[in-house]
Design a protein around this ligand. Structure first.
Ligand SMILES: *Cc1c(COP(=O)(O)O)cnc(C)c1O
Length: 227
């Protein structure tokens, strides 16, 4: 059986190669190891091999696993946040990739203020317009979300996130990833915001995402095996 540490090293090397091929520094791309459904022993193996950023798409699971790993592991919430779970997210996640509505954003900001937290957030955008049921989609919705993020009291808005279609040709995937980058550029100008982070790319497509500017790639099965 091939171990998590071996797979992790392969992913790191592919990230490095994809960055260099795009004339980017490999340091610009950080790996979020997506640990959903995987046992703590596997996550600890990745930690021991130097991995520090872990992503979960259910807050319950993130909350359970976080205390079982060393304190300097950084946990990112990458899945849809239900409003009744918003407090748990604020208390447990260092970064929230999946802020997809004004209502959720306002709630997270209020809870962050009450609990004296300053989580980093990304706005989830449905670039492909067909793939996912979450994420802001039309221009008006995106602008309202961005405006609310830009004026949040405690949440630190640092970029955008998207999910590409599961199965699509390279050209289509790259169009989606480039679309997120271009939207980021427009929003940064319009709101005078610094938005360095683009969370895009998963096991099947992260090299394409890196070619289009990804700074955070969310990779699960390529490291931990299929679910
Ligand atoms: C599960 C998940 C991933 C990782 O998917 P893999 O194909 O296993 O790499 C990335 N992003 C989100 C939002 C996920 O839920």
């Amino acid at each position: 059986m091939i171990g998590v540490d071996v797979q992790l090293e392969k992913v790191r090397e592919r990230i490095r190669q994809a960055a260099l091929a795009a004339n980017r520094s490999p340091d610009e791309v950080r790996l979020v190891a997506v640990t959903k459904t995987k046992p703590v022993e596997m996550i600890q193996t990745a930690y021991d091999a130097g991995q520090r950023i872990f992503g979960e798409n259910r807050i319950q699971e993130l909350e359970e696993k976080r205390p079982l790993l060393p304190d300097d592991a950084e946990w990112h919430m990458i899945g849809h946040v239900q409003s009744n779970k918003a407090l748990k997210v604020v208390l447990n996640a260092a970064m929230i990739h999946s802020v997809d509505s004004v209502k959720l954003l306002r709630r997270l900001d209020r809870l962050a203020d009450e609990r004296d937290r300053d989580p980093r957030i990304l706005l989830e955008i449905n670039v492909s317009g067909e793939n996912s049921k979450f994420g802001a989609e039309d221009d008006g919705e995106i602008l309202r979300l961005a405006e609310t993020a830009a004026t949040a009291k405690r949440l630190r808005w640092i970029g955008l996130m998207t999910m590409a279609p599961h199965v699509a040709p390279e050209l289509e995937l790259r169009r989606v990833f480039a679309g997120l980058r271009e939207l980021r550029d427009r929003l940064a100008t319009r709101f005078g915001a610094t938005l360095p982070e683009l969370s895009m790319g998963m096991s099947s497509d992260y090299p394409f995402a890196i070619a289009e500017g990804a700074t955070l790639v969310r990779v699960g099965s390529a490291i931990f095996g299929s679910r």
